[in-house]
Ligand binder design. Structure first.
Ligand code: GLU
Length: 544
């Protein structure tokens, strides 16, 4: 068979592969520099697993002074969703995972969207045909079904290999005849693999992996739109883009024999591989993969809507990327950490939302009130316009609320997200407080002796915290609230309550909750007039 003639016949106007090799010269890299790529298909929202992969690729490229590429793998256009590509780009932007080369920003090895690289793949297909390493296959789907049924009947492996690969031996005349009849065809790799041969392969995460050579003549070019299959396109791209390290989900591990076969066929060096384990979830005792469909927390949007800072999600992802990160972070700065392949977990890490929330509480506790306020404005502007208006109107007041028990040695750790802030401090805004009956949920089981009197005669907003506290204690004791718990427990009938219960009444009256922060600060921030308004409503609710 004259392969050169066949190649020209099937792809007359396609440029030689050498054209692209010249256009995309090999990168000049040191031994350390890594070229990594994140290669998603635009089939839906970015989920935690893919964000983790992208982040790991970014960190490794940054640490090695290398390059991180975003490549969109959209050759399976049936699975594509609307805005799939811009969705991926925006999610990466939202998480501040910058790209060195990719769609929108470009780069010397672009275009970075596979559907725009059709000519490149065709030139590699033509080259393989020329070398006798690929051929057209005219089998119809019913012929392929027949092969499959036969293999099932004979209890054999399924696939287009060995004596089943009917079109391997068509003559050039037969091929020309079929093309003239406009019969659709695909191009298949002519595999030279031997399935009885086993090899060892070292994966940077999984360690040593055994695999059998591929001997299946897989489709490399589809018939309908002359687009390549993912397998072929990714090998050509990784070759031309000079990818040194392929970091991806371990669901691709089983495709490795085919990929090795393809890289060999196109005479490309094999990149190094790191197959990352999927993120797992404990679902009522059953451990399963975190599911894009079933678990809302699998979506990166979930954290944005909740108002979990981007930095927190990234810190949490780092604890999954490297098992030694958590311990390291206790004593050091996050950005000094070096990600390594050795510390990537070889089996799936359990996703733990509570842990993520704890990291978030810790993170918030280290922010200043001004920093929180600034991000709260951005968050509410997107997700809670009403609250946004209030905090804009009462800007300094809101900053002061956020400052309660903040710049102290032991700051409060009750905020885990921007959406928590309204839930925690709504009562500080009269617009919310007087909107409905704020006391309807409170079950009342103690006396209210002296409360009105306390505000009328004792409370002075100019007192220091110390003076305020001792005056209040003294006042409460006059009304038979004792600071001595033991005494109270022995003869409760002799007292109105404990001093703690006196404070609790004031706290409930002003905030409706007993979990609010420092009472002194709350009193000061509300001010006398607003306290009196609440007092009036309170007294009316409980005594009349
Ligand atoms: N496009 C593949 C995916 O959607 C990427 C696989 C790879 O990284 O090689 O997961």
């Amino acid at each position: 068979m004259n392969y050169e003639e066949l190649a020209e016949y099937l792809f007359p106007d396609v440029k030689p592969r050498s054209y692209y090799e010249k256009k995309y010269p090999r990168r000049n890299l040191t031994n350390q520099q890594m070229v990594t790529r994140f290669a998603p298909s635009p089939t839906g929202f970015v989920h935690m697993g893919s964000l983790l992969t992208a982040y790991a690729c970014r960190l490794l490229a940054t640490e090695s002074n290398g390059t991180f590429i975003l490549r969109i793998e959209d050759t399976d256009q049936k699975r594509e969703v609307e805005d799939g590509i811009s969705g991926i780009i925006n999610d990466l932007k939202d998480y501040d995972i910058t790209i060195d080369e990719g769609p929108e920003i470009g780069g010397e090895y672009g275009p970075y969207i596979q559907s725009e690289r059709k000519e490149i793949y065709l030139s590699f297909v033509k080259d393989l045909i020329k070398k006798g390493r690929a051929y057209p296959c005219f089998c119809t789907s019913s012929e392929l079904d027949e092969i499959r049924s036969m293999q099932e009947l004979n209890k054999e492996r399924i696939g287009y290999f060995g004596s089943y690969s009917k079109c391997r031996n068509l003559t050039i005349e037969e091929i020309k005849e079929k093309v003239k009849q406009h019969l659709p065809f695909v191009i298949r790799l002519k595999s030279e693999g031997d399935f009885s041969k086993q090899h060892k392969f070292t994966d940077l995460v999984k360690g040593e992996v055994n695999y059998y050579e591929n001997d299946t003549d897989i489709v490399i070019l589809k018939s309908d739109n002359q687009l390549p299959t993912y397998h072929f396109a990714h090998a050509v791209d990784d070759y031309l883009m000079g990818t040194t390290h392929v970091i991806r989900g371990d669901e691709w591990l089983s495709s490795l024999p085919v990929h090795i076969d393809l890289f060999n066929a196109i005479e490309s060096p094999l990149p190094k591989y790191a197959h990352i384990s999927p993120i797992m979830k404990n679902d009522n005792g059953t451990v399963r993969k975190l599911s894009k469909r079933k678990d809302p927390e699998a979506s990166v949007k979930y954290y944005q809507e909740l108002g979990i800072p981007v930095e927190v999600v990234k810190l949490y992802l780092k604890t999954i990327i490297n098992t030694n990160f958590e311990e390291w972070y206790l004593k050091n700065e996050d950005d000094e950490f070096k990600v390594t392949f050795e510390k990537m977990p070889s089996s799936g890490a359990l996703f733990d939302v509570e842990k993520l929330f704890n990291i978030s509480k810790e993170y918030f506790s280290r922010l200043t009130k001004e920093e929180i306020y600034k991000s709260l404005l951005e968050y509410t502007n997107k997700y809670d316009k009403e609250f946004n208006e209030l905090i804009t109107k009462y800007d300094n007041y809101t900053i002061s609320i956020l400052g309660i028990e903040r710049e102290t040695e032991k700051p409060r750790k009750d905020i885990k997200s921007y959406s928590d802030i309204k839930k925690l401090f709504w009562y500080m805004y009269d617009e919310y407080f007087f909107d409905s009956n704020p006391y309807k949920e409170i079950i009342w089981d103690f006396k209210l002796d002296g409360i009105e009197e306390y505000f009328a005669t004792c409370y002075d907003e100019n007192d220091t915290e110390e003076v305020w506290f001792s005056k209040m204690k003294e006042f409460a004791s006059k009304y038979k609230y004792t600071a001595n718990r033991k005494e109270y427990k022995e003869n409760p009938e002799n007292f109105a309550g404990t001093f703690a219960s006196f404070c609790k009444i004031i706290r409930l009256m002003l905030t409706t909750t007993n979990m609010s922060p420092n009472l002194y600060d709350i009193l000061k921030l509300l001010g006398k007039d607003r306290i009196n308004k609440r007092l009036e409503l309170f007294i009316n609710s409980y005594t009349k």
